[in-house]
Write a new protein. Structure first.
Length: 148
């Protein structure tokens, strides 16, 4: 299981996701360009000292990521076709989340093997990306087994 972030905008969110991934034993793929320098102070603040304990792979762009991706791409999106609570995860899935400001472009959306939505109350657009990542990873690990 891995989590991939497509061109993230906010260092604090990435730091929070890195911390979550470290605690859960999940690798992280960062697909550039990012909206901040990787050494950004808010990334370090949100990730705390956990960041050194997570396996991070940075990719120059989508094409570089796609060349090495070896698992089903499960896109978390407000335009999802499958609800999170109805999704069947596989241990080799890559949970993909888009940038905070724009999500993912249509070619990436179409490329995803599965498009998953977290059901929200009427009138609400989306969750914070780090919250969505934690919810998706929690459900995926509940189904496939937590790392020992």
């Amino acid at each position: 299981m891995r989590v991939a972030l497509y061109q993230p905008d906010i260092a604090g969110n990435v730091g929070t996701i890195l911390r979550t991934a470290a605690c859960l034993g999940i690798g992280v793929d960062l697909i550039e360009p990012m909206g901040f320098a990787f050494g950004d102070r808010s990334l370090a603040r949100a990730g705390m000292d956990y960041v050194r304990d997570v396996q991070v792979t940075r990719h120059l762009d989508w094409a570089a990521f796609e060349r090495q991706a070896s698992g089903r791409l499960v896109l978390m999106t407000t335009r999802g076709a499958t609800r999170l609570d109805q999704t069947l995860f596989d241990p080799h899935d890559i949970v993909l989340l888009g940038s905070e400001s724009a999500g993912v472009p249509d070619p990436v959306h179409v490329r995803a093997d599965l498009r998953v939505v977290i059901p929200l109350r009427a009138g609400f657009r989306s969750l914070n990306v780090s919250v969505a990542a934690a919810m998706a990873l929690g459900e995926a690990l509940r189904q496939t087994g937590w790392p020992a």
